[in-house]
Write a new protein. Structure first.
Lengths: 350, 302, 402
């Protein structure tokens, strides 16, 4: 379901004007939640349209975030004269590791933000999907991936900053990124990217690719019997989701001023799925709305009643999934997707 | 210490870790084989077992407390598992991915409940003194090798659980129904097997085993609200490796995970070993995507 | 999305234009931030710390507040997530206009908040021992530097005649850096490093590490494990026949609450190094312990980070009185000039590098769950953020900029 044109326009205008409508703090929240919503759009593509549930999107979020953060840590350092990011000193490193030298150039780093998570998702997806492993198995493997990735980040302290993550950034390509003005610019870039991703996915899902992806979701074997290979559709969808997560991670790093293993592990990855579940897995705008709603609710509830938040999050999972599988967006739309999606038995390994 | 004794010690450690994993994963594998659902709150059944052990030891202190705690934890976790099956799992039985998400929600609620009831910092469960010994070797190539009684006891319990469940599945009428539903649900139902009841029983049995495993884990680890999370991801990997609902597959997969981890930790640190374990699993499913043992093909479903 | 009144934006712009937000309210109150993890993995440690900070605020208010103003704590949840710590620190400074913030536990949370405090010209009081290698003009570090906890422990072990040292830790920043420093000193002092092993945070399987320990036969283990991993470690050591009375263990992250929860029977005879124990003598400490128990229950225990959190609030209040202002920069300048004050920890003061001068103690765990002090540094130890042996040529500049 597509929202009516006047509503779309109103949201676009309000979103673009937000820097002048709300306080600096609220803008920073909105910015980072919009960055999250790029991840949610990716989950919507793979899970809602492709039937592939990944519980490891935090990995791609982290890859994008770290790609940018590694560059930001190098900015302003005199690398030729042996300057290193501060954490390397107390991790016992004596010279800048080779891996880091790839991140000296700011514009190349932006390319990595998209490419590294995308390529990793493509490789991982190809490895797993080509053996026709999907459904519950895929969810569990991606969860193990999230755990392994977070563990690796923490343990390779000399390369990654370890548990502390990377923080304390000041400039990008020479521009100050900490000022109030910069915060507005970063917000607007985020907003534009979310809008662009939304319309790009809307287009993509209306193409033959979208049809094939949904067909794969609803009956992968039938697609095979009809002479099609579902593998490319699944891999491409997972790759796009990976890149979107990476971009989201990079933007989040700019907004929050920090990227750390705590943001990429098992629990954050599964929280990303709940945003989409709440918003509505079948509708693009639902993914964005769900992300904003859950995160603003978390911000409000968690400080006032921290233990209530965990009950609320748990109950949200159970209730939405059990009684409202279409999410919030599902309440507004005629049930286009349910019957097949809901009745379908998951395919597992043959 | 002799180098070969060290190596044999690591093999023992691997088997010991495998015995923990097989107890943690058995219930998951059983209900997954039968109902195609993964219960993400399974780790919290381990946690519940730990807390029930704590409560039992308050009532029955002394050397036999832990033996009393095991049936108590089994029944307690099986009861909670039964409620979970009736309220959440059954409702979502045709949507495995949604079951996964809903049970994750349940696991959050259970963790927070444990935190509010018992405090975040965890409770104290001490191994009984009759497990306070070790078997040490002082001569020959095994010189320097120490086998803790606690770990031997855990191996014994794991073997008894496996044997008991195998008997149940292979020799009893209930087991016959389970195998029937496992092989062909509609036909079994048409022949008068109450598939609903079989689902419920197997699910409760699986969570009960997890509760019992929780008591055992408390001998070697903490009892905290989040303790289940430390075991659950390896247990999932065991399920993936083991294949659908096969006892033998689950056992072999646990041994693979335990031995792989213990032996690789000779060369790399524990964090890297975790990462390599995942790489191993992904490589393994390249060769055998159906897992160690596949009870039946699901190729034409969907 | 959420819309607040336009007035807030206007007020914010105005305050930015004026440089710094007006510190105190006209209604006779002043707001301070208390930012700890009330949920997530760190809540277990940080909630008691928050309690201690709130107790100090209560006590000051009971005596009439500071500069005629009642202190109003604004409590926020960092949720064990560094990004949320940064977010809430921004909120406290920008939206709530607090004059200072007490909080943080993990280095990750402090590192994430540091740029926020520097950009918004705030002052953070950080109460937990850490790996050093940092001095920000916007942070007061009251927890131990490595030379106030790790090195005294090594000095003590050396005096006991322990020569072969085995390092076990959780795989994160503090253990790795503390061990980096310890290894330099072990080599420098002619001792032997008989092993160094790490488990991931929350790790529960120690079978391989215990095999390494059995092979290496060390004289003492220096343990930087965090949280629940300690329970697994000590249980599995005991199962393997290596209880603390047979193979001594010196722990850096086990204090009174952990000992109470893990059960003293498991740990009895093990050692820890801190700058405070609940069992320390002195009327100030007795009063503090009594007040804490009166407010939070007779069976509650207190530990080193809690007392640092408590004392941070006390010293902040003293410094603000001295400065006659809540301006963070003026308060900081007075805080480092206050000189020694009597505290539950004994005589302490903030040094010019904004870290605390304090005594190092070694405690031995008793069957009742309390620690008996068996050694203390001859005098309060000056804080050294950069260990000269490990990080030669590095030091804290004295901060005039803010």
């Amino acid at each position: 379901m597509k929202p009516a044109l006047p509503i779309t326009l109103l949201v676009l205008v309000l979103g673009a004007a937000a820097p002048w409508l709300i306080s600096a703090y609220e803008l920073s929240l909105l910015g980072r939640f919009l960055a999250f919503s790029l991840v949610a759009l990716g989950i919507m593509l793979t899970w809602g349209e492709g039937g592939i549930l990944s519980l490891g999107q935090g990995v791609f979020f982290g890859l994008g975030g770290y790609a940018l953060a590694m560059h930001l840590k190098l900015e302003g350092l005199d690398i030729a004269n042996g300057d290193m990011p501060d954490f390397m000193t107390w991790s016992g490193v004596s010279a800048l590791p080779t891996l880091w030298r790839f991140f000296v150039n700011p514009w190349l780093s932006l390319v990595y933000v998209v490419l590294v998570p995308g390529l990793f998702a493509a490789f991982f997806g190809w490895l797993v999907f080509r053996r026709r492993i999907g459904g519950v198995y895929f969810a569990l493997i991606t969860q193990a991936l999230a755990l392994a990735f977070a563990t690796l980040l923490v343990s390779q302290q000399a390369l990654t900053g370890g548990f502390n993550g990377l923080t304390n950034f000041s400039t990008f390509a020479g521009y100050d990124i900490t000022s109030q003005g910069a915060a507005r610019v970063i917000y607007l870039i985020t907003f534009m990217l979310v809008v662009a991703a939304y319309f790009a996915l809307r287009w993509l899902l209306a193409t033959r690719f979208g049809t094939m992806l949904r067909a794969t979701r609803d009956g992968e074997n039938r697609i095979r019997f009809l002479g099609h290979n579902p593998l490319p559709y699944k891999v491409v969808a997972f790759t796009i989701a990976g890149s979107l997560s990476g971009i989201g991670g990079a933007l989040f790093t700019l907004h929050a001023g920090v990227i750390s293993p705590a943001l990429v592990g098992v629990v954050p990855s599964i929280e990303m799925v709940v945003w989409v579940a709440v918003g509505g897995r079948g509708v693009l705008w639902g993914a964005i709305a769900g992300t904003l709603l859950v995160n603003f609710a978390k911000d409000e509830i968690s400080s006032a009643l921290p233990s209530l938040w965990l009950y609320a999050l748990g109950a949200l999972f159970v209730l939405v999934v059990s009684f409202l599988p279409g999410g919030i967006a599902g309440m507004f739309s005629n049930p286009r997707l349910p019957p097949r999606l809901l009745r379908r038995r998951q395919e597992v390994v043959e | 210490m002799h180098e070969s004794a060290f190596l044999i010690g690591q093999v023992f450690n691997g088997i010991s870790v495998a015995s923990l994993f097989v107890m943690a994963a058995l219930g998951l594998a059983l209900s997954f084989g039968l109902m195609r659902v993964i219960n993400m709150a399974h780790g919290e059944m381990l946690m519940l077992g730990g807390y029930l052990a704590y409560l039992t030891l308050l009532v029955v202190p002394g050397p036999l407390g832990i033996l009393v705690a095991m049936p108590v934890a089994f029944l307690g976790a099986a009861f909670l598992g039964g409620i979970l099956e009736l309220t959440v799992i059954h409702r979502l039985s045709t949507r495995p991915l949604d079951t996964l998400l809903a049970t994750w929600g349940v696991s959050l609620i259970l963790q927070q409940a444990a935190r509010n009831l018992f405090g975040a910092i965890g409770v104290q469960v001490v191994a009984p003194t009759w497990l306070d010994h070790t078997i040490s070797f002082s001569t020959g190539i095994l010189s320097g090798l120490t086998l803790p009684d606690t770990r031997l006891f855990i191996l014994l319990v794991a073997a008894l659980i496996l044997g008991g469940v195998a008997l149940l599945i292979n020799k009893t009428r209930l087991g016959l129904y389970v195998r029937a539903v496992n092989q062909d649900r509609p036909t079994a139902a048409a022949l008068g097997v109450n598939a609903r009841l079989v689902d419920l029983t197997v699910f409760a049995l699986g969570t009960g085993v997890a509760g019992l495993a929780g008591v055992i884990l408390a001998l070697l680890g903490p009892v905290t609200p989040t303790v289940g999370q430390s075991y659950i991801v390896p247990a999932f990997l065991v399920v993936i490796l083991g294949g659908l609902g096969s006892l033998v597959g689950t056992t072999i997969a646990s041994l693979m995970v335990g031995l792989f981890t213990a032996l690789i930790e000779i060369y790399v640190d524990v964090s890297v070993a975790q990462v390599l374990l995942l790489v191993f699993v992904i490589l393994f499913i390249q060769i055998r995507p159906q897992g160690v043992i596949a009870v039946r093909s699901r190729a034409l479903e969907g | 999305m959420k819309m607040k009144k336009l007035g807030l934006t206007a007020a914010l712009l105005a305050s930015t234009a004026l440089g710094l937000a007006a510190p105190a309210h006209a209604d006779g109150t002043v707001k301070v931030g208390v930012l700890q993890s009330l949920s997530g993995t760190m809540a277990i440690s940080e909630v008691p710390l928050e309690n201690a900070e709130l107790l100090a605020i209560d006590q000051i208010n009971a005596k009439g507040g500071v500069l005629g103003k009642k202190i109003v704590p604004v409590v926020e949840d960092g949720a064990s997530d560094p990004a949320i710590f940064a977010q809430k620190a921004t909120k406290l400074l920008q939206q709530d206009k607090v004059v200072t913030v007490f909080g943080g536990w993990t280095s990750a949370s402090r590192k994430a908040m540091l740029p926020v405090f520097q950009r918004l010209h705030g002052l953070l009081w950080y109460p937990v021992q850490f790996e050093g290698n940092e001095c920000s003009p916007n942070i007061m570090y009251s927890g131990a530097q490595p030379n106030q906890q790790a090195l005294p422990a090594l000095e003590w072990a050396e005096k006991q005649g322990y020569k072969k040292i085995f390092l076990v830790g959780s795989d994160y920043v503090y253990p790795r850096t503390a061990n980096l420093i310890l290894k330099k000193h072990i080599a420098h002092d002619g001792l032997t490093l008989s092993g160094e092993e790490y488990v991931p945070l929350g790790g529960t399987d120690f079978s391989s590490i215990i095999a390494e320990i059995q092979k290496a036969k060390p004289d003492i283990i220096i343990n930087t494990l965090n949280g629940d991993s300690n329970v697994s470690f000590f249980k599995q050591m005991a199962a393997a026949g290596m209880t603390p009375d047979k193979l001594p263990v010196m722990s850096f992250s086990i204090a009174e609450p952990e000992a109470k929860a893990m059960g003293p029977s498991l740990l009895a005879g093990s050692y820890t190094s801190w700058n405070y124990f609940q069992s320390l003598p002195g009327q100030t400490n007795a009063d503090f312990v009594a007040a804490y128990k009166a407010k939070y229950g007779a069976d509650s225990v207190v530990d080193d980070p809690m007392v640092h959190g408590y004392e941070d609030v006390m010293i902040w209040a003293d410094a603000a009185k001295k400065a006659g202002s809540f301006d963070p920069k003026k308060v900081r300048n007075e805080a480092v000039k206050l000189g020694f004050v009597d505290s539950p920890l004994g005589q302490v003061k903030f040094d010019a590098n904004q870290s605390m001068v304090q005594t190092g103690y070694i405690g031995e765990l008793q069957p009742d769950g309390q620690f008996k002090v068996i050694w203390s540094s001859p005098a309060p130890i000056k804080p050294v953020p950069y260990d000269p042996l490990t990080f030669p040529g590095k030091s804290c500049g004295l901060h005039s900029n803010f």
